[in-house]
Design a protein around this ligand. Structure first.
Ligand code: PGA
Length: 241
């Protein structure tokens, strides 16, 4: 079975023109392109084989929430996947596990496929708290979709992204990522059986190292930031999924 490559452009590129060019070069099957909000709709029109993703959402459907974007709004322009609880939102913007749980429920209730990001900081790793942190992030993040949820989504993705490996060029070793991914899968055994769950790795993934992660069947894809902005990198990575 083919694996999934999620391209998280973060707050890049700066213009619609560049975004459309990059989207054209990233339009492959089993790829999800997650552009900044202003470009999502136009990028969606370009994509024929890749799916459209968003980098965040808000939990309410509509109303007086200046600057926020709802699951229904995203669905209405063809978004299929939504990244939730990215470490940059957790650590730079103060997003809490409780906020993440509400976002995840809103996504799942509206039939968007959530991509829940979990992962420890360097300090947590050094203090041997990695497993405890991941357990908390998973339990709290998934707390509102519960055991017998009536969510519309058929699928849930978890991205294991060690915070210290993101954007640093210092990825987690494939062997250690595999160990943590197996731990995540063990924790998820009690989750609603009707949900298909896949676990991905993220953190300084590029065309040179992607194959080393994907060779393990348990690693069901990758969430890629920096390398997703270079068309040559995307084209090489797509050959590996
Ligand atoms: P990176 O980012 O590939 O640049 O490390 C990954 C991410 O933040 O999802």
């Amino acid at each position: 079975m083919s694996k999934l490559l999620i391209l998280n452009w973060k707050m890049n590129p700066a213009t619609l023109e560049e975004a459309l060019f990059l989207a054209m070069e990233s339009d492959y099957k089993d790829v999800v392109v997650a552009p900044p909000f202003p470009f999502i709709e136009e990028v969606g029109k370009i994509l024929k084989k890749a799916e459209l993703g968003a980098q965040d959402l808000f939990w309410e459907d509509k109303g007086a929430f200046t600057g926020e974007v709802s699951a229904k709004e995203l669905k209405s322009i063809g978004v299929k996947y939504v990244i939730i609880g990215h470490s940059e939102r957790r650590h730079k913007l103060g997003e809490t596990d409780e906020m993440i749980a509400k976002k995840l429920k809103a996504a799942a209730d509206n039939g968007l496929i959530p991509v829940l990001c979990v992962g420890e900081t360097k300090a947590e790793k050094d203090a041997v708290k990695k497993e405890a942190v991941i357990k908390r992030q998973l339990e709290k993040g998934l707390s509102l979709i519960g055991q017998k949820s009536k969510v519309k989504s058929q699928m849930l993705l978890i991205a294991y992204e060690p915070v210290w490996a993101i954007g640093t060029g210092d990825p987690e070793t494939p062997e250690s990522a595999l160990k943590t991914i197996n731990y995540i899968k063990k924790l998820l055994k009690t989750t609603d059986k009707s949900l298909q769950i896949k676990v991905l790795y993220g953190g300084s993934v590029n065309s040179q190292n992607l194959g080393d992660y994907l060779k393990y069947k348990e690693v069901e894809g990758a969430l890629v930031g920096g390398a997703s902005l270079k068309k040559e990198e995307v084209q090489k990575m797509v050959k590996l999924i």
